[in-house]
Write a protein that binds this ligand. Structure first.
Ligand SMILES: [Zn+2]
Length: 323
C-alpha cells in the first residue's frame, strides 16, 4: 500500500472523530471477560505461522514470476480443503509501467446461500522491489509480513470455518497485484482490489462489512485505528477493537486514530461501497509510518511472531462467530 497520506481527509476525520468519543486511548481492562458464550474452534497460531512460512518458501510472489504462479495454485488447493466454493478471478491488468499481468484474485466462500455476509481479505502478491532498503533496492522482497501474514491468518480462519461453520456467510478474498505500484502514480497500487470492487466475483455481491489484514504478524505490532477505516466503517472498527480488548489482546490494538492509508480496503469502500476496515501495523516512530522492515529485505520470517498472529486471528474469528 501507499505510504502517502491524504491530509484533506485527515481534517475531515478529525471532525468525524468528535462523534466517536475521543480518538485518545480509552483502553478497556484486558481482563474483562468476553460477553457472549458462542463457542468456536481455537485459532491456532502455530498453524498460521506455518502458512506464512509455506508462502515465503515459494520465494517472492511477484506478479509474472514462477513463484507467483506456484503460490496461486497452492492457495487454491489449500482453500479447496476447507470449502468446495473456491474460484479464481482472472483478467489481464495493465500496471503503471505498461506491463500487463494476468490477475488472480482467489475467492473462497463459506455458507454461499446465506444472505448476510462478511468479507475477509488480504493481498497475496509481494513487492517486486525493496525501495525502502539501502541495498539491492531493485530486488524482490520475501513479504513475510507484507503479504503472507494476512493470507496466513485467513487460511487458518478457513480451516476453522471448515470445522465449525459460522452462522454468517463468509467470503475470503485474496487480492493479487496490491504491491506493484509506485507512489508517483495514483491508483497504481491495489490493482486486484480495484478490479474486484468494480467486478465482484458474484453479480450484485453484497457484504455487511469487511476486514482487511495487512502486515498482521509483526513482532510487537501495534494496530491503530486507521483513517479510512474510521471514515467509512467506524462501527466495524469498534466491534473488532472491542473484541480484541475483551479477549485480552488490548496491547496490540490501540484506540488511537492514525492517518489514512491507501490500501485495498479504500477501493472496496469507495467502489464496492462495502464498509471495510484495515488491520495494519503502524509505527508512528519511523519515518515511513510503518515497521522498519517495510518494503525492505528485512521483511522475512524473522519479523513474524505467533503472538501477533494469535491476537489478530483470535479476535476477528470471534467477531465472525458472533454474527
Ligand atoms: Zn507493501
Amino acid at each position: 500500500m501507499k505510504k502517502r497520506i491524504l491530509f484533506g481527509l485527515l481534517l475531515l476525520l478529525a471532525v468525524g472523530a468528535c462523534k466517536n468519543e475521543s480518538s485518545e486511548t480509552q483502553e478497556k481492562a484486558p481482563e474483562q471477560p468476553a460477553k457472549a458464550a458462542v463457542t468456536h474452534p481455537p485459532f491456532n497460531a502455530d498453524s498460521a505461522y506455518a502458512w506464512v512460512q509455506a508462502q515465503v518458501n515459494f520465494g517472492p510472489r511477484t506478479p509474472g514470476s514462477a513463484a507467483h504462479a506456484a503460490c496461486a495454485d497452492y492457495l487454491v488447493k489449500t482453500l479447496q480443503r476447507f470449502t468446495p466454493e473456491v474460484q479464481v478471478q482472472s483478467a489481464p491488468i495493465k500496471a503503471h509501467d505498461g506491463k500487463t499481468f494476468q490477475l488472480k484474485n482467489i475467492i473462497a466462500s463459506f455458507n454461499p446461500d446465506q444472505k448476510k455476509r462478511v468479507v475477509l481479505a488480504a493481498h497475496w502478491d509481494t513487492r517486486p522491489r525493496a525501495d525502502q532498503d539501502t541495498e539491492r533496492t531493485n530486488q524482490a522482497i520475501d513479504g513475510a509480513n507484507d503479504g503472507a501474514s494476512g493470507v496466513a491468518v485467513l487460511l487458518e480462519m478457513a480451516r476453522n470455518f471448515a470445522i465449525q461453520a459460522p452462522g454468517v456467510g463468509v467470503d475470503i478474498v485474496l487480492f493479487d497485484l496490491e504491491d506493484y505500484g509506485v507512489s508517483e502514480v495514483s491508483d497504481s497500487y491495489c490493482l486486484g482490489s480495484q478490479y474486484w470492487a468494480a467486478n465482484p466475483h458474484k453479480a450484485g455481491y453484497r457484504a455487511e462489512y469487511g476486514i482487511l489484514y495487512d502486515m498482521v504478524g509483526g513482532k510487537d505490532a501495534r494496530f491503530y485505528m486507521e483513517g479510512y477505516s474510521m471514515y467509512y466503517a467506524p462501527h466495524v472498527m469498534r466491534k473488532v477493537w472491542n473484541a480484541a480488548h475483551d479477549l485480552g489482546f488490548g496491547s496490540f490494538f490501540t484506540f488511537q486514530q492514525s492517518s489514512p492509508i491507501t490500501d485495498d480496503h479504500y477501493y472496496v469502500n469507495k467502489i464496492a461501497r462495502i464498509p471495510m476496515i484495515d488491520i495494519i501495523e503502524h509505527d508512528p516512530t519511523t519515518p515511513t509510518g510503518f515497521g522498519k522492515y517495510w518494503h525492505t529485505h528485512d521483511d522475512t520470517m524473522e519479523v513474524i511472531d505467533r503472538a501477533t498472529l494469535q491476537a489478530v486471528g483470535q479476535s476477528t474469528l470471534w467477531v465472525v462467530y458472533q454474527e
